[in-house]
Design a protein around this ligand. Structure first.
Ligand code: NAD
Ligand code: AKB
Length: 319
């Protein structure tokens, strides 16, 4: 049987777009999407309901489709995990072990597992944060990602597992809704700008964070998975950078297209999380090792988000 790819947590913000792209590259039937909930948009290709914490169910699906490559996207993100620390830890760690162990047992060959800028903490240099630096995360999500990075490197060194990873910044796209992160405001703001002409932001106006347009994130994911094994020099996780902005900067950019748009601020517990993260990222290791570079800046991102969301919101209203 042909070797196939499994995406776990495919109904989320990244999975929705990654599955679409992987199917363009490898064919619909060769990319199996899976999640505990239905997909956000209609999909052309096999979908399996899979709880990643259920090892037997995972093995059944892997054997049924002759899966050799896994993209593990199921996780609890920063804001939600702060409200459910034990559940967040359980999901984020045991999902990773279940997949790493399939590779250790030589059932699958290759794994993609995303880390995050949340691995950094308040003692990390915030500007141009280096690949190797102080890492003292203060959220359960950040602790789980930092621990996950250590385990990925360990499984690579001790058992030869081919696991590849990227520390994504906050991701922004129009095709899917985000799932409980601190950077979610940067997606919600576009929806509210079009529908309400106003947005109440839960982060303060000058809170700068590293962000990235979803197409760049998908490009990075596919590039690192396609890179030659010998080019992957870091088996914990690579820094990658797109752009950095604050709520007031994105609001000003939106105002260029929607002049009567207004932003207001009502800060909540997510402010403290955001303040513990870097403001910008140094990604030269990714550029050197597997030729990474971003294509999108804030102005391009804003144009694309507004144009596409206007279209989809108008067409929903007309149906
Ligand atoms: P998301 O919350 O949008 O999607 C996660 C998906 O996992 C959801 O569809 C959810 O139903 C599914 N899921 C939850 N529990 C599950 C289980 N037990 N079994 C199977 N599926 C389960 O998250 P996302 O934004 O798509 O993020 C994907 C990965 O990328 C995560 O590891 C996240 O930490 C990482 N990441 C995301 C961002 C971002 O800005 N989106 C940034 C950095 C890192
Ligand atoms: C979150 O805000 O939790 C995510 C992330 C940066 O990991 N978007």
């Amino acid at each position: 049987m042909e070797e196939r790819i499994l995406v776990i947590g495919s109904s989320g913000q990244i999975g929705t777009e990654l599955v679409e792209e992987l199917r363009k590259l490898y064919g619909n039937k060769n990319v199996i999407s899976s999640d505990i909930r239905d997909p956000q948009i209609a999909q052309d290709g096999p979908f399996e309901r899979l709880d990643i914490l259920n090892k037997l169910q995972l093995l059944d699906i892997v054997e049924k489709y002759n899966i050799k490559e896994v993209y593990l996207l199921a996780a609890m993100l920063s804001a939600t995990a702060e409200k459910n620390p034990a559940l967040g830890w359980d999901l984020n760690m045991n999902s990773l072990f279940n997949v790493l162990n399939l590779a250790k047992d030589k059932i699958i060959n290759k794994i993609f597992w995303p880390s995050s800028i949340a691995v950094f903490g308040p003692t990390t240099p915030q500007q141009n944060t280096p690949q190797y630096t102080i890492m003292e995360p203060t959220t359960v999500y950040g602790i789980s990602k930092q621990t996950g990075e250590r385990w990925c490197e360990y499984y690579h060194k001790q058992f030869g597992v081919d696991v590849r990873s990227i520390r994504y910044p906050g991701l922004i796209g129009y095709k899917s809704k985000p799932g409980g992160g601190t950077t979610d405001y940067a997606v919600d703001i576009f929806h509210q700008a079009i529908e309400q002409r106003s947005y109440e932001c839960f982060l303060s106006e000058n809170t700068t964070l590293p962000m990235m347009y979803m197409s760049d994130a998908i490009k990075a994911t596919i590039s690192i998975m396609d890179a030659k094994d010998s080019d992957i020099k870091i088996r914990s996780s690579y820094n990658i950078a797109g752009m950095s902005f604050s709520p007031s900067e994105i609001a000003s950019e939106i105002k260029k297209s929607i002049p009567n748009f207004e932003i207001s601020y009502k800060i909540d517990y997510r402010q403290e999380i955001a303040e513990s993260w870097p403001q910008s990222i140094d990604d030269k290791n990714a550029s050197n090792d597997w030729k990474w570079s971003a294509d999108f800046n804030l102005s391009k991102l804003t144009d694309i988000m507004l144009e596409n969301l206007k279209e989809s919101i108008t067409s929903k209203k007309n149906h």
